[in-house]
Design a binder for this molecule. Structure first.
Ligand SMILES: Nc1ncnc2c1ncn2[C@@H]1O[C@H](COP(=O)(O)OP(=O)(O)OP(=O)(O)O)[C@@H](O)[C@H]1O
Length: 574
């Protein structure tokens, strides 16, 4: 929590206002019972009407100022807390965008979303409360005690009985509540995860008639969350009546012993009334403090989860200076081995090959053989275990990620589009692309016809994640986005799979003209897609089973022969 508090530095002035206004407001409030005692003990006893009016007027003015100051404190406290929330959300978002995909995979998007929203809200609320209460409560407590003791030190001994009970209660509740708060946050993660999966996979859920199953899964998590919430609330709910009983008993004791002292002529009525109010202030401040003691650990649990992300150092680090590239469009793997974090065996082992400009390098292999993993290593989404990857003659670790990725046009396996227009999505590849460049890219990607058929053409709005487009349309837009930047290296990760044979062939033909100087690395499942490639890399269980042209592999490579014959059988039987 303290680590997060450092981020409050920029709100120094507002926090200063909160403290000063709280101080002034508390003083005024502490002043009121003393004025009231004077009204009773001096004004009423002596029937001095002008004194009563004067002091009463002063009481009204003090009360109005106290209220105004409280409003100002609330305003500044909310400003600080909400600003803090915004800053942390921004920092977290930037950090998450930068940290490696290994860490991203490990924490998972659901937990990242909960941490960026719910957890930050918990901390933000506590900061708001702390600013408003945690300065006020100690002030009122200390001031109340001093003024109560100065009114009647003997009667103040009552507090000695009440305070230890209160302290014991706070310790007990905090111990019980903290573990439950920690588990509540984890259960929020789980709820988010199930909700996310259920929503993203809604079509699959319906197609397989698994609505009831998903409902049950969600309900179990939901009820688990509710039960933990109820447990926490039970503890919190029992706290209040106990505190109220304590407050009332303290009241009774004060009135009881106060009356005896008045009877003995040791105390005045006005004094007892003021004492009672100070007692209430003391107890209310203690209640506020105890609420703080409970809320802080809850926020602490959230702060820890936020800090975990803020502290995460990206393990893919840029070199201080990017090395000068020597060539253009070259990609080379030298004995590369890579393993996902926690995986028993490497996803890729001893991979060596070269891809040259003007050439198409195709990668083929069975599912799970490591094709996507291989191409993801080129833009350095993951760092390799051993070996070296060269792009344009330079080890990619010696290039900044910005420089490296600048020369690559990457088309992922699953087309991922953003809400906005088609043109905006294509400009993701090149910020300043003109309308003509966009249209050319769409043409090469065989997307121009369907874009033109839309009423608004390139200004057609794409809904969240491209919900209003077909799989093939999304893929073609995603290809156009890579084409528009005219990179030196194209990576197509199985990007033609959603296209029919004819479009696939037309697209590859158009690409050939468009990308004469560029290096194309293309992952494919279909032999048809790779047949014309200058070299085909056959992957099998993370290892290279052969490299060559279609005819050569067909002649000599058993695995390639198997792939070809399995596809021929499929086509024949189709
Ligand atoms: N993020 C990840 N974390 C851990 N293991 C992974 C991850 N992504 C892939 N793998 C594993 O690495 C291996 C290679 O996966 P990869 O996605 O590269 O295969 P692929 O050949 O592209 O398969 P497909 O043709 O089905 O797309 C698989 O065994 C897979 O389980």
């Amino acid at each position: 929590m303290l680590d997060l508090m450092k981020h409050l530095k920029s709100y120094g002035l507002q926090i200063f206002f909160v403290i000063v206004f709280t101080l002034a407001g508390s003083m005024l409030e502490l002043f009121l019972p003393t004025l009231m005692a004077d009204v009773v003990d001096i004004g009423i006893v002596n029937q001095d009407i002008p004194f009563i009016l004067r002091t009463g007027g002063l009481m009204i003015v003090s009360a109005i100022f106290a209220v105004l100051l409280t409003v100002a404190v609330s305003y500044f406290a909310s400003k600080v807390a909400l600003g803090f929330g915004r800053d942390i959300r921004r920092k977290l978002f930037i950090n998450v965008e930068n940290f490696s995909l290994q860490a991203f995979d490990k924490i998972g998007p659901s937990s990242l979303i909960t941490r960026t929203t719910n957890d930050i809200k918990q901390v933000q609320d506590v900061i708001n409360m702390m600013l408003r209460m945690m300065t006020r409560a100690p002030l009122m407590l200390v001031g109340g005690v001093i003024l109560a003791v100065s009114r009647d030190s003997t009667l103040s001994l009552i507090f000695l009985g009440a305070l230890p009970v209160l302290a014991g209660l706070i310790v007990f509740v905090t111990r019980k509540a903290i573990p439950l708060f920690v588990s509540l946050q984890k259960k929020t993660d789980r709820l988010n995860l199930l909700l996310r999966e259920g929503l993203i996979g809604i079509r699959v859920v319906r197609a397989f008639n698994r609505v009831d199953y998903e409902k049950k899964r969600f309900n179990t998590a939901n009820e688990d969350f509710r039960d933990t919430g109820i447990k926490v609330n039970k503890i919190m709910a029992s706290l209040f009546p106990i505190l109220m009983i304590m407050m009332n008993f303290t009241n009774i004791a004060i009135i009881w012993f106060g009356a005896i002292r008045i009877d003995q002529g040791l105390m005045q009525v006005g004094n007892l009334m003021a004492f009672l109010q100070y007692a209430m202030m003391i107890l209310m401040s203690l209640i506020m403090l105890s609420m703080g003691f409970i809320m802080i650990p809850r926020a602490q649990a959230s702060a820890k989860r936020i800090n975990e992300l803020l502290m995460l150092q990206p393990d893919i680090v840029d070199p201080e200076h990017s090395e000068q590239v020597q060539d253009h469009g070259y990609v080379e793997f030298r004995d590369v081995t890579f393993r996902y974090v926690g995986a028993e065996r490497p996803a890729l082992e001893h991979i060596s090959f070269q891809a040259k400009p003007g050439q198409t390098t195709a990668i083929i292999g069975s599912t799970g053989s490591g094709k996507s993993t291989l191409v993801k290593l080129i833009p350095r989404f993951y760092d390799i275990e051993s070996g070296i990857i060269l792009v344009n003659g330079v080890d990619i670790k010696k290039l900044t990620q910005q420089k490296l990725r600048e020369v690559i046009g990457y088309v992922p396996q699953k087309a991922s589009l953003f809400s906005g227009t088609i043109a905006e999505n294509i400009r993701y590849g090149k910020k300043d692309a003109t309308e003509l460049e966009i249209k050319q890219a769409l043409e090469t990607a065989q997307a121009i016809d369907f874009v033109n058929s839309k009423e608004d053409g390139v200004h057609t709005i794409i809904e969240q994640a491209g919900a209003n487009l077909s799989g093939g349309q999304k893929q073609r837009l995603s290809i156009a986005r890579a084409l528009v930047r005219k990179p030196e290296i194209y990576i197509f990760d199985d990007s033609f799979s959603a296209l029919d044979y004819k479009t696939d062939a037309k697209l590859r033909h158009a690409l050939k003209n468009e990308t004469e100087e560029a290096t194309i690395i293309l992952v494919a499942q279909r032999v048809n897609t790779v047949i014309d490639a200058d070299q085909i890399i056959v992957l099998n269980e993370g290892k290279i089973a052969g490299i060559g042209k279609h005819q050569e592999l067909l002649r000599d490579n058993r695995i390639y022969q198997e792939i070809v014959s399995s596809q021929q059988t499929e086509e024949e039987s189709a």
